[in-house]
Design a protein. Structure first.
Length: 447
C-alpha cells in the first residue's frame, strides 16, 4: 500500500470521527431542548404557580384556593379567554368570553367589617379552563365593584370573585347562545329587594335573575326606552341608494322621543343618540337599569325579494315560522341554527317577560302604524303581529316589542322612509299606538 493510500485512509477516518462527535453533540443538544420544551408552559395556559393565591391579593381570599393543576387537555372544556368590565354611572358590567356553553353556580358571601372583608359574589364555572396568566386582580374601584379576581379553582372549575363595594348591590347573570359571553350585570339594589345568599344553579344558556317586584303602574306609562336598531360598525340593512337602516331608525327614534315627552309627558331614554355600536345585551340592560315601563326596538325590514313590503311587529316567544326565524337570525347577526338555542333561555325566563302585556303593546302599535301610514301611502300591507326570538328582547322586565317599519329594500317603501314627511307620519303613528296602549292599561288597572 502506498504512502498516498495511507494518507487517504487517515483523512477518511478523521472525517468519520468528526461526524461522530458532531452527531453526539447534536443528540445531546436536541435532548436538552426537548427537556426544556417539556418543562415550558404552553402559550395561554397557567401552571399551578401562575394561579391566584391568597398572599397575592389585596383582600383575604379564602374562597379562591387553587387546589390542583390544570388539566393538560382542554378539548372538552369551555375556555375562559378574557375578562373585562364596563363601568357607568348607573351600573357596572363584567364580561367573560367563553369558547362554548358551560354550567355555573352563583354564591354570595356577606362582608365582615371587623375583619376588613368586603361582601363578595363568586361564580363557579364548571367544565372550564382559564386561559390567562395574570395573577393580579382587575381593579374597578367604582361605587358598586371594588375589583374582579379570576382563578382556576380546581381541574375543571374557573372561579370568578367580585369584591363588591357594599351589601346594597344586586346582580343579574346571563349568556346569549352563539356569543358565549358571560355577562354579570351589577346595579344598586332596589327598595324592597333582598339579595340572595347561598347558591343559585343554572345552565349558562339560561338566565338566572334576582326576582324583581311586579310593576304596579296605575297612573300609566312614566318611562320608555326606545332602541334605534344597529349603529356604528353595524349598519343594518342597506336600501335603495345606499341608505342604511341604522340612520333611518335613529332619525325616527329621536323624533318620537321628543313627541312622547312633549305630548304625553313620558320620560324617554334612547339606547343610542348617535351613530355608535351598542351590543344587543346592553340595550335591554339599559331598559332594566332605568326601570322602564316599556321597551320598543325600532328596525326596518329587508328581503332578497325586492318586491317584499309591509309592516309587522314582533314580541318575544318561541316560533316555528321559518320567515320569523330567518328575520331573527338577521337582526341577531347569527346563524339560523343558533336561533333554536334561545329556547333554553325562554324556558327559564318567560315569567319575567310580561308576555300578555307585550302582545297587547304589539297589537296597539301594529294597528296604529298600519292605520296611520295608510293615510300617507297607498296600498300599505299589514303583515300582522308575530312572535320571534330576538336577542334584543331577551331579559326585558317590562313589555317589549320590536317594530319592523316597512322594507328598506323595497324601492317605494325605502324611499318613503328616507323622506321627512313619511318619517313624521310614522312617528305620529307610533305615538298613537303607545297612547292607546297606555289608555288601555290604565283602564284595566283601575277596574
Amino acid at each position: 500500500m502506498t504512502r498516498r493510500s495511507f494518507r487517504y485512509i487517515a483523512i477518511a477516518l478523521g472525517v468519520v470521527a468528526l461526524l461522530g462527535m458532531s452527531l453526539a453533540h447534536f443528540d445531546s443538544f436536541a435532548a436538552a431542548q426537548s427537556n426544556k420544551k417539556n418543562r415550558a408552559v404552553s402559550p395561554g395556559k397557567s401552571t399551578k404557580a401562575d394561579m391566584p393565591s391568597a398572599r397575592e391579593r389585596a383582600q383575604p381570599t379564602e374562597e379562591l384556593k387553587p387546589d390542583s393543576q390544570l388539566s393538560p387537555s382542554a378539548a372538552d372544556k369551555s375556555l375562559v379567554s378574557s375578562v373585562r368590565f364596563i363601568s357607568t354611572s348607573r351600573y357596572t358590567r363584567v364580561l367573560l368570553d367563553l369558547s362554548k356553553e358551560a354550567k355555573y353556580e352563583i354564591h354570595r358571601l356577606e362582608g365582615d367589617k371587623s375583619k376588613g372583608l368586603a361582601p363578595r359574589t363568586y361564580i363557579d364555572i364548571s367544565g372550564a379552563q382559564l386561559l390567562t396568566n395574570s395573577k393580579e386582580p382587575l381593579a374597578v374601584g367604582d361605587r358598586l365593584l371594588r375589583q374582579i379576581r379570576v382563578g382556576q379553582y380546581s381541574d375543571d372549575v374557573v372561579r370568578v370573585v367580585l369584591d363588591l363595594a357594599d351589601d346594597s348591590t344586586a346582580y343579574d347573570i346571563s349568556l346569549l347562545p352563539d356569543l358565549y359571553r358571560l355577562v354579570i350585570h351589577i346595579q344598586p339594589q332596589r327598595t324592597g329587594e333582598t339579595v340572595k345568599s347561598g347558591a343559585d344553579k343554572a345552565v349558562i344558556r339560561a338566565t338566572a335573575k334576582t326576582k324583581q317586584p311586579a310593576k304596579t303602574t296605575v297612573s300609566g306609562i312614566r318611562k320608555i326606552v326606545l332602541d334605534p336598531g344597529h349603529g356604528g360598525k353595524d349598519p343594518g340593512a342597506i336600501g335603495v341608494g345606499g341608505v342604511a337602516e341604522k340612520d333611518l331608525v335613529l332619525s325616527i327614534a329621536k323624533k318620537l322621543a321628543i313627541k312622547l315627552t312633549r305630548e304625553l309627558g313620558i320620560e324617554v331614554i334612547l339606547t343610542r343618540k348617535d351613530d355608535r355600536y351598542i351590543p344587543l345585551e346592553d340595550r335591554t340592560a339599559t331598559a332594566n337599569t332605568e326601570d322602564a315601563d316599556l321597551f320598543v326596538s325600532l328596525h326596518m325590514n329587508a328581503s332578497p325579494n325586492l318586491e317584499a313590503r309591509g309592516l309587522e311587529t314582533y314580541y318575544l316567544d318561541n316560533t316555528s315560522d321559518e320567515a320569523s326565524i330567518r328575520l331573527a337570525a338577521r337582526e341577531n347577526s347569527t346563524s339560523r341554527k343558533n336561533i333554536s338555542d334561545l329556547q333554553f333561555i325562554l324556558s327559564d325566563m318567560m315569567q319575567n317577560v310580561k308576555l300578555e302585556d307585550s302582545i297587547s303593546l304589539a297589537h296597539h302599535l301594529q294597528g296604529a302604524v298600519v292605520s296611520g301610514m295608510s293615510r300617507k301611502m297607498s296600498d300599505v300591507k299589514d303583515l300582522g303581529v308575530k312572535k320571534a326570538l330576538f336577542y334584543v328582547l331577551v331579559g326585558a322586565r317590562m313589555p317589549s316589542v320590536l317594530v319592523e317599519m316597512f322594507f328598506i329594500t323595497n324601492r317605494v317603501e325605502g324611499r318613503a322612509m328616507n323622506d321627512e314627511g313619511h318619517q313624521d307620519a310614522m312617528v305620529d303613528a307610533l305615538l298613537e299606538g303607545i297612547r292607546k296602549y297606555n289608555q288601555g292599561t290604565v283602564a284595566t288597572k283601575t277596574l
